[in-house]
Design a protein around this ligand. Structure first.
Ligand SMILES: [Zn+2]
Length: 66
């Protein structure tokens, strides 16, 4: 797959919510180590289930506070 094809590949629901306008309401926690899974204090980053963007913990915290 070319880089351009990868960048332009979108899931159906992403079409209705462009990256720049996605509020990132639905965030799925991600862990670097499988041993850390389930420990909320060890979450390394989040994935937005709507746009697929990756948010850091700081970004997710700021999103939750706003
Ligand atoms: Zn999003």
């Amino acid at each position: 797959m070319s880089l351009l094809a990868h960048l332009t590949r979108k899931r159906p629901q992403a079409a209705a919510a462009p990256l720049s306008e996605c509020p990132h309401w639905e965030l799925a926690p991600r862990w670097d180590s499988v041993d850390d899974i389930g420990h909320t204090d060890r979450i390394t980053h989040y994935n937005c289930t709507t746009c697929g963007n990756t948010l850091s913990r700081a970004e997710a915290d700021a999103r939750a506070a706003s």
